[in-house]
Design a protein around this ligand. Structure first.
Ligand SMILES: NC(=O)c1ccc[n+]([C@@H]2O[C@H](COP(=O)([O-])OP(=O)(O)OC[C@H]3O[C@@H](n4cnc5c(N)ncnc54)[C@H](O)[C@@H]3O)[C@@H](O)[C@H]2O)c1
Length: 291
């Protein structure tokens, strides 16, 4: 039985995952190129290394949580191939399905199984995340007890390799749309003599069918100007770009994805990429009238 978990990427999500594994009693060794991320993980009881290959060399189960597809491609070719045959890589990163299939194919040549398992959930919800998995059912079944003991309430196989990424990208398209429309609605109120906080409090506490958990979380932060990053705008912009690219390559209509990508881009142009997704409201505040 797996008693040790290895973690590549100790940022907002990977750091929580590693700490969750420590709290569940696993031996956890993690790597991140950022010394600050390593220090934060070490403070949570994670053993850390500045050598990625040394982290995976004796692994049974490797959790990966890195920002972008190019990071996964680099790890697959340079680092994860050093894991022993029989190891399972569970990739929590949000990436495109083609990258997942490429990584899986490459690692299969080395006897290592790759599962794309992006997270439905927020950092603070680690332990109750839903992982949407694409890959071989027997491998997912084998790692499920360790994932539910550490980071997830549900580990759902949604299809073959890449399917988890499709579900996650579709979900985050909804995130991007709700994030953008919330910034837009608050700005509309402000420009028409209604305080943003009045709008948010009134709608959030009403029985209006528009009120989502995400609205309740981000709208109050937007009106108070709290943009400490739980989920950085630059990561949301990456995810929504992945949705638009996937729509284009699969011939799926995407007028909303295109609009959301444009709005996120406006936020990035305002230098808000590292801030929380809700910081988008600041770009709206500086923007001109209806386009
Ligand atoms: N934050 C959220 O709410 C959230 C929710 C669901 C999914 N995600 C996804 O999870 C992934 C991680 O997000 P995050 O918010 O933790 O980002 P983050 O930027 O806080 O953390 C990513 C970490 O990966 C590290 N890293 C970069 N290259 C690496 C490499 N080659 N090897 C090991 N580590 C490397 C970075 O130094 C950083 O510490 C992203 O794909 C994101 O889209 C985030």
């Amino acid at each position: 039985m797996t008693q040790q978990i290895r973690v590549l990427g100790l940022g907002t999500m990977g750091g929580r995952a590693a700490a969750g594994a420590v709290a569940a009693g696993y031996d956890v060794l993690g790597y991140d190129p950022s010394p600050a991320a390593r220090d934060a993980a070490a403070a949570a009881g994670v053993r850390v290394s500045d050598d990625a290959a040394a982290v995976v060399v004796d692994a049974d189960l490797v959790l990966v949580s890195v920002p972008r597809p190019e990071h996964v491609r680099a790890l697959a070719t340079e680092v994860l191939v050093k894991a022993p045959a029989g190891a399972v890589v569970v990739d929590l990163s949000t990436i495109d399905p083609a990258t997942a299939r490429t990584a899986a194919g490459h690692l299969a040549e080395h006897g290592v199984t790759y599962v794309d398992a992006p997270v439905l959930g927020r950092p603070a919800g680690c332990g109750s995340w839903t992982l949407v998995c694409g890959g071989p059912a027997e491998s997912i079944d084998a790692v499920r007890p360790h994932l539910t003991a550490t980071v997830a309430a549900r580990v759902v196989r949604v299809g073959d390799t890449g399917a988890g990424s499709v579900v996650k990208i579709a979900n985050n398209l909804m995130f991007g749309a709700i994030n953008a429309v919330t910034a837009e609605a608050i700005t509309l109120c402000r420009r028409n003599g209604v305080d943003g906080r009045v709008f948010v409090d009134t709608v959030a506490e009403s029985g209006a069918a528009t009120v989502s958990n995400l609205f309740k979380e981000i709208a109050p932060k937007m009106v108070t100007g709290d943009d400490d990053p739980a989920f950085a705008l630059e990561l949301l912009a990456k995810d929504n770009r992945l949705a638009l690219d996937l729509a284009e390559t699969s011939g799926s209509p995407a007028p909303l994805a295109r609009a959301v990508v444009d709005v996120n881009e406006l936020g990035l142009e305002h230098g808000l990429g590292p801030r929380d997704s809700g910081a988008l409201v600041r770009a709206y505040a500086e923007a001109g009238g209806a386009r």
